[in-house]
Design a protein around this ligand. Structure first.
Ligand code: NAP
Length: 310
């Protein structure tokens, strides 16, 4: 199968590695120095828990021409990076596209892409459950097994069989979700609350483990964020997230505390720009929901303040 991975950061590189191992003809679209690195060394990944390093040569391109065709395109980048590449995807003649990453506006992106496209497109949204960082031309990847949650916005993904075929020969789980928009929106609630703390002035959650009051505030803010979604008729998914922060506050508190103390938690990348954009889109939902969100608002304020005081 001819597959393009558009975006060669942490998660795109790992996906490219999986697809190469699956026996496919994988092309990676990268830019700047990252494209040079990939051409020179291939996709180099340090698998943190698996204690191994893999190297996979890939074809590298810097631009996607309109007449280049792929069976599948995975666009793996930050929320803020998707919008500028939508016209490029629209102009290209490939049909099956999955946008992979945090996304607070999947419907908006779907409409925009479909409106601009000259040919019919089938578009799905996904989230890869792994993390990591980049250092000296290689990716440090943190994961249990490889896994992606994905779904379409107008019912099941029409090209699901193609996706299953793409991962058939590798140990990588595809979880097809019937309401991927609710899944993605539910996911950003804890991510935003935790990142608000990560980016506060004292920096990168260094003090979280010892800061009881603020940990409690994170949990209360997550609860409020879920209430915003519920009042807009979104189903929190997985539902256990809401039960956890509402009914097992002490366990949630301990879980964050333990996570913060684990050395690999410092290797999970977060970007201020992406989080700020997700906060902006979430604020629109919050305005519509019009319910009190004191803890959320305070965390959001601290988050923005952290940038100003850099
Ligand atoms: N990393 C983590 O620990 C982690 C964990 C969970 C979830 N996520 C989420 O997964 C998504 C992807 O994260 P990531 O860490 O893989 O991001 P990333 O490392 O920033 O990777 C995105 C890649 O896309 C490239 N890119 C962006 N716009 C492009 C364009 N117009 N043309 C060509 N390349 C372009 C970037 O290029 P440059 O190299 O030039 O920047 C970068 O290499 C995000 O939503 C993130 O929040 C990440």
């Amino acid at each position: 199968m001819k597959i393009l991975v558009y975006g060669a950061g942490v998660l795109g590189s790992y996906l490219a590695h999986v697809l190469v191992r699956g026996g496919h003809d994988v092309t990676v679209l990268a830019r700047g120095n990252r494209a040079n690195e990939l051409e020179r060394n291939g996709v180099v990944i340090r698998h943190y828990f698996q204690l191994k390093t893999t190297v996979d040569p890939v074809r590298v391109i810097r631009t996607l021409e309109a007449d280049e065709s792929y069976d599948l395109i995975f666009v793996v980048m930050k929320y803020t990076d998707f919008k500028p590449v939508l016209p490029v995807l629209a102009a290209n003649r490939s049909r099956c596209i999955v946008l992979v990453g945090n996304n607070a506006d999947a419907y908006g992106m779907l409409d925009e892409l479909q409106e601009m496209s000259l040919t019919e497109k089938q578009i799905a949204f996904g989230f890869q459950l792994s993390g990591g960082t980049r250092a000296n031309g290689r990716v440090i990847c943190i994961r249990g097994g490889g896994q992606m949650v994905l779904g379409g916005l107008d019912g099941p993904i029409p090209f699901q069989p193609l996706l299953e075929k793409a991962f058939a020969k590798v140990k990588y789980k595809l979880v097809f979700h019937e309401d991927i928009d609710a899944w993605l929106k539910s996911h950003i609630v804890p991510i935003l609350a935790l990142n608000a703390y990560l980016f506060t002035k004292d920096g990168r959650m260094k003090k979280t483990a010892g800061d009881k009051k603020r940990l409690k505030q994170i949990i209360a803010a997550i609860d409020e964020g879920f209430s915003v979604l519920e009042s807009m008729d979104y189903t929190i998914t997985p539902a256990s997230q809401a039960t956890f922060v509402r009914k097992h506050k002490l366990m949630a508190y301990i879980a964050i505390k333990i996570y913060d103390m684990l050395p690999f938690s410092k290797l999970v990348d977060g970007s201020f720009g992406e989080m700020a954009a997700l906060y902006d889109t979430f604020s629109q939902l919050k305005r519509k929901a019009n319910i009190p969100t004191y803890h959320w608002d305070d965390l959001e304020k601290q988050f923005h303040h952290s940038k100003n005081s850099d």
